[in-house]
Design a binder for this molecule. Structure first.
Ligand code: VGL
Ligand code: ZN
Length: 209
């Protein structure tokens, strides 16, 4: 495929945090496998942005907050919310980036999910679909027209970041081998279909010439 990376491109490395890796509170199977791939990919980009899931204790997306079991759903003001184990609590080791993540030239870290009452899978805006994180404006100011995505989890934070990138008018390329999914009730296949429908290109690292 031979896609060429330019200064008008950015790599967004989504949520490569301890809690999403084996041993973490919301471990994604093989989540840590994306670390060396993200490191290698990042060397090709001048513009690298990291996202970091960053919840206050007692967050609305935590099952414990509602006295429910993880992976149940509840209806919140903005729609159906999957309930997760407590994860990525601000300032905890679980919320830290995986220690193997080695991207010293990353130029911004976008923290998300800070609002106690609203989740934010997307790096662009909260799940109420209104409150922006500032990432769209940041990328626009840098002249970025295309984003490449990698990280965790394919079917939640990576996918939603991709959908919102498209809605912000960006071209979007998912680097599939540098992602891992949670796959809750078929969510991974659904996310791939949705990405295809929204014009998100799916490639592997090897396609980056
Ligand atoms: C994520 C569930 C809850 C993710 C974050 O990074 O995909 N998933 N919070
Ligand atoms: Zn979260």
């Amino acid at each position: 495929m031979g896609l060429t990376v330019s200064d008008q491109n950015a790599l967004v490395v989504v949520d490569v945090q301890n809690d999403f890796c084996p041993g973490g509170a919301l471990a994604v199977v093989e989540g840590d496998a994306v670390v060396p791939l993200a490191n290698t990919l990042a060397r090709r980009f001048r513009n690298v942005v990291l996202t970091q899931d960053w919840h206050p204790a007692g967050h609305a997306s935590f099952a414990s907050t509602h006295g429910e079991a993880p992976f149940e759903t509840v209806e919140l003001s903005y729609g159906t919310q999957v309930l997760w184990p407590d994860h990525c609590v601000q300032g905890t080791d679980g919320a830290a980036f995986h220690p193997g993540l080695d991207i010293p030239h990353a130029r911004a870290v976008i923290r998300k999910g800070l609002n106690p009452a609203v989740d934010s899978y997307s790096g662009f805006r909260e799940a109420d679909r209104t409150t922006p994180t500032g990432l769209a404006g940041y990328l626009r100011d840098l002249g970025v027209g295309r984003v490449f995505l990698c990280g965790l989890a394919t079917d939640f934070c990576v996918a939603w970041t991709g959908y919102d990138a498209r809605e912000a008018g960006l071209d979007v390329v998912l680097v599939e081998d540098a992602c891992r999914g949670i796959d809750l009730g078929g969510s991974l296949a659904r996310a791939h279909a949705e990405m295809d429908a929204r014009g998100i290109m799916r490639i592997t690292s090897a396609d980056l010439g």
